[in-house]
Ligand binder design. Structure first.
Ligand SMILES: [Fe+2]
Length: 449
């Protein structure tokens, strides 16, 4: 048996290698491009990530938020990164320190743009507005109507332009609140939802007429904490349910459907099919068993593609595993969010690694047949969330590009890869070399100019 490596023991996985933060803010370019950045791509890829300002954080989720952007124009690319300057940044806080001020967000999980506003998101706090140069503007409360947390996974409806989201809180009821913001950015609905337990609800689903909440058993339990057990942990006995509600809020009336206990960080997409709602998810058997700090526990905490079919008449949910590849960070063509999308794109994970490890593949799924197309980037590559950008005037759903950040562990080099989505396993359209490594992070989006 090999002797344990002291440095690995002393330093948590989320602070090692390319999980470790970068501490400077730079502007660089033009960047080196292999192949050709499609001329149609005029905009910025922006991604959020956990990047502890002090160089240390107690948990991967606790790192100070940093935004990385790659601005593309006329086949050329420029890089910029900036911290999000919230009270969390100013106070160099940890999760506990940021817990009691809704504005003290790490702002490290996602970055979106809606109604012309770019928002940096983390699920336990208010969103933070940033400008197109990534300068922090301030906490965003939708005109004072949002007082607490906003999920990092709001959904913009491609048909109405509405931004639908929820906020959860653990300390007191209501544990869940549903919000609807119109296409102009005005909040038109805030609806408290009854939930039996305060749970960590990372993401959710929308369809044309409904929203679907996921009440999954990562439960906050104060009584357990008083007995010396972790306050937030996987508690299978709490059960699991999907909650279907009309998008107009329906006075908080939710129909709940029992499912087998599991955890889902990220659904792929959901749609209505007659009297059913079909949801594809990256489902894992469990999460955070024994406590919040146990984010990763191997196979059982690794997502795989499943399909849930909610029978709205029969009141049951059919649960089917679609594929056995370890996959998460799923996306679809955003024009089909809540509608029937044929294709889902995911990152891969190495489920046999001792700590959370991104994989060397990107996957394109045909959600109907379950067929997986694999793009292999080589053994030393680690790929992040793939986003899809449609070609202007596209007729086919997958006519466009898939963009993802890749890090080569052997070279310690980060690149943005741009694939032709219809030739997914083929050579990239372009590979853009970053001016320095970009730490593994969370979610991002394409913001056209
Ligand atoms: Fe997420």
């Amino acid at each position: 048996m090999n002797a344990p490596v002291k440095t690995s023991e002393a330093v948590a996985w989320h602070l090692q290698g390319n999980w470790a933060p970068v501490l400077d803010e730079i502007d660089a370019g033009p960047l080196t491009v292999t192949g050709e950045i499609p001329r149609e791509l005029d905009g910025s890829y922006v991604r959020a990530g956990m990047n502890p300002r002090s160089g240390h954080s107690d948990h991967w989720f606790a790192g100070t938020g940093m935004l990385h952007s790659v601005r593309m124009e006329n086949g050329r690319a420029q890089y910029r990164n900036r911290f999000v300057r919230t009270p969390y940044f100013d106070g160099d806080l940890n999760l506990m320190g940021g817990m009691f001020d809704p504005a003290a967000s790490p702002a490290n999980t996602n970055v979106i743009r809606h109604a012309g506003q770019m928002l940096a998101l983390e699920e336990a706090h208010l969103p933070w507005k940033v400008d197109s140069d990534l300068n922090t503007v301030g906490a965003h409360t939708f005109g004072g109507k949002l007082e607490g947390s906003m999920t990092a996974h709001p959904r913009a409806c491609p048909e109405t332009g509405e931004l639908l989201f929820f906020g959860y809180q653990l300390a007191r009821a209501p544990y869940l609140t549903y919000y609807r913001v119109d296409a102009a950015g005005l909040m038109v609905e805030a609806q408290p939802i009854d939930l039996p337990n305060p749970v960590m609800m990372h993401d959710w689903n929308i369809t044309r007429n409904h929203v679907v909440f996921m009440d999954l058993p990562v439960v906050f339990d104060l009584k357990a904490a008083m007995k010396g057990e972790p306050p937030l942990a996987f508690r299978r006995e709490a059960g699991a349910r999907l909650g279907v509600m009309a998008r107009n809020g329906a006075g908080g009336q939710v129909r709940w459907f029992e499912i087998n206990p599991c955890y889902v960080f990220h659904p792929v997409n959901a749609y209505e099919d007659g009297e059913s709602i079909v949801i594809h998810v990256c489902r894992q058997e469990e999460a955070m068993v024994g406590g919040f700090e146990n984010l990763y526990g191997g196979e059982a905490t690794t997502g795989r593609l499943w399909r849930w079919t909610i029978d709205l008449v029969g009141g049951t949910v059919k649960e089917e595993q679609i594929d056995d590849a370890a996959a998460d960070f799923p996306r679809v063509n955003d024009r089909l969010i809540g509608l029937k999308a044929q294709f889902g794109y995911t990152a891969s994970l190495n489920a046999r690694a001792p700590t959370l490890t991104l994989g060397q593949y990107l996957y394109k799924y045909d959600l109907e047949t379950g067929r997986r197309t694999t793009r292999d980037f080589g053994a030393s590559s680690r790929l992040g969330e793939p986003i899809f950008i449609p070609r202007e005037g596209a007729k086919a759903e997958d006519d466009g590009w898939v963009m993802a950040l890749k890090h080569d562990e052997a070279m310690d080099e980060s690149q943005l890869v741009i694939l032709n989505a219809q030739d997914f396993a083929g050579p990239p359209a372009a590979t853009v070399t970053m001016p320095r490594r970009i730490p593994y992070g969370a979610h991002g989006n394409w913001m056209p100019l």
